[in-house]
Design a protein around this ligand. Structure first.
Ligand code: SAM
Length: 271
């Protein structure tokens, strides 16, 4: 696939050699759209002007994260404020048929950044950063809020790149008991490396009807240190199914993404 990112558009050649132009995409909060005019925030404006060197009159795609997509023409910037005039509005709700809610044991360093980026690309609907017995990173108060805001920005950026219009929601840092309340009667599975009886395949087949009826599934993944026996038993008591991904121990950042992809393959027609 040949491609290039010009000042104006990104261009890709399909395997049949056809040229396909993709216009640059930028996130604009719905609050910043009044009538036909969209205000582009400073961070995006800087990228547009300084990095991509786009000019007044250039066409761009704006998305507000709800599924709305706007074709717009950049306008002359007033001082540091950049606006665009909307010329076409489309509702492109591109979410998978089921809502995959990833409950991810908070991983160390920038692993969470990567997990959130890949989960967004795969089509995950909601990401719960889980603080569990063995999470090494302890986030509370302002540090937790700052981290969640950063992770939400990463999800937004990933949507720009993968041309996704609905931005996944990154929830506040929670403990498992709080998440059980959100799970309620929805189907949920916990990846557990010591599970001897149920493979992921078997569990996905056994809950298929419920997932397709409710349209939602929770996937619970442990942090680097895994789950304690107490946490596993508590989950089972809540009706969560434990599932094995086989004999190898996957890193936390591998396990959630691998299982998410398998879930998408199992339940969604476009995969
Ligand atoms: N306790 C593990 C060990 O013995 O090294 C470490 C946990 S693993 C690095 C992190 C998480 O990935 C686990 O909590 C589990 O959710 C998931 N995981 C990794 N390998 C798995 C497997 N083979 N089957 C099911 N889940 C797995």
């Amino acid at each position: 696939m040949i491609g290039f990112q010009s000042g104006r558009d990104s261009y890709e050649e399909t395997s049949q050699g056809k040229g396909v132009f993709y216009m640059h995409r930028f996130f604009v909060s719905a609050d910043n759209i009044t009538g036909e005019t969209a205000y582009i925030d400073k961070q995006e404006a800087r990228h547009i002007k300084k990095v991509l060197r786009l000019k007044a009159g250039d066409e761009v795609i704006l998305f507000d994260g709800s599924g709305q997509e706007y074709k717009a023409l950049l306008m002359e910037s007033e001082k540091n404020n950049l606006f665009a005039r909307i010329i076409e509005i489309k509702m492109k709700e591109d979410s998978p048929e089921i809502s995959l809610c990833l409950v991810q044991g908070i991983a160390k360093g920038d692993k969470m950044d990567n997990i959130i980026q890949k989960a967004t690309e795969i089509g995950t609907a909601v990401i719960y950063p889980l603080s569990s017995e063995r999470t090494i990173v302890r986030l509370q108060g302002d540090s937790a809020v700052k981290k969640v805001n950063r992770w939400q920005q990463i999800a937004r950026e990933a949507c720009k790149q993968c041309r996704r219009n609905v931005i996944p929601l990154v929830k506040p840092v929670m403990e498992i008991d709080q998440i059980f309340q959100d799970i309620g009667d929805f189907p949920a599975l916990m990846l557990y490396e010591n599970e001897q009886d149920n493979s992921l395949r078997q569990v996905l087949h056994s809950i298929r009807e419920t997932v397709l009826t409710t349209g939602k599934i929770f996937l619970i993944v442990g942090p680097e240190g895994g789950f304690s026996e107490v946490e596993v038993e508590k989950a089972r008591k809540q009706g969560v199914q434990t599932a094995s991904l086989g004999p190898r121990i996957l890193r936390t950042e591998t396990a959630g993404i691998a299982a998410s992809s398998i879930i998408m393959y199992e339940y969604c027609s476009l995969v």
